[in-house]
Write a protein that binds this ligand. Sequence first.
Ligand code: PEP
Length: 242
Amino acid sequence: MDLIVGNWKMNLGGRDSLQLIEGILERLKKPIPGEAVICPPATALFMAGDRVKETPLQLGCQNVFYENKGAYTGEISPEFAREAGSRYAIIGHSERRQFFSEGPEINRKIEAVLNLGMTPILCVGESLEQRDGGNAWSVVKDQLKQGLQGISTEKLSGLAIAYEPVWAIGTGKTASPEDAREMASRIIEELHHLQGLRVLYGGSVKPGNISDFMSLAEINGALVGGASLKADSFAKLIYWEK
Ligand code: PEP
């Protein structure tokens, strides 16, 4: 089933998050064709989770730590995120890799999320320099390996991978559908042993271009930043049409 995920990043507090949820819900009058997930900031997670219960919207978190509890000041517990209602967790977003030097711990985060029955959305993607140097696939392959190594095939069933070229995030530039298709098919080939794998595309997705990606057989969803912050555009993404 298609998966449309809104990553609100660090943009909305509790009140603004609730307002955006109301705006989206007002626009979801007819049944939604796939799954729609919102990922508000951690501070708004509980309120948001309460509001979306028994609505077509599902909740996800943008990041978690790999321990559920303890002396880890300031970290986000995966268990508490789930208690708030999160069913999905974005892991290894390029902003986490870039600004918080995430790397090896991504693997433990994926495992922690899976242990709680949540679905990780593992983000992978190359920089422009890496693409121009012809290394896009080797970078993505290494990120997949680092994120998933040692985790059993059974546990990983239902995993979502978001292919997000770093240079396309928040820039208004997108990968060409052909490049996105090629990367998605390599990811699928690499992870062919996983049941229920979904590959999402992320990077400046908006209502005007979502069908370029979603109509590709290899792509089953979109991870969306900027265009998920407006009720109107996020609703349009949920009801995208070929
Ligand atoms: C993202 O946050 O993962 C993202 C793809 O952002 P944007 O849609 O704004 O490029």
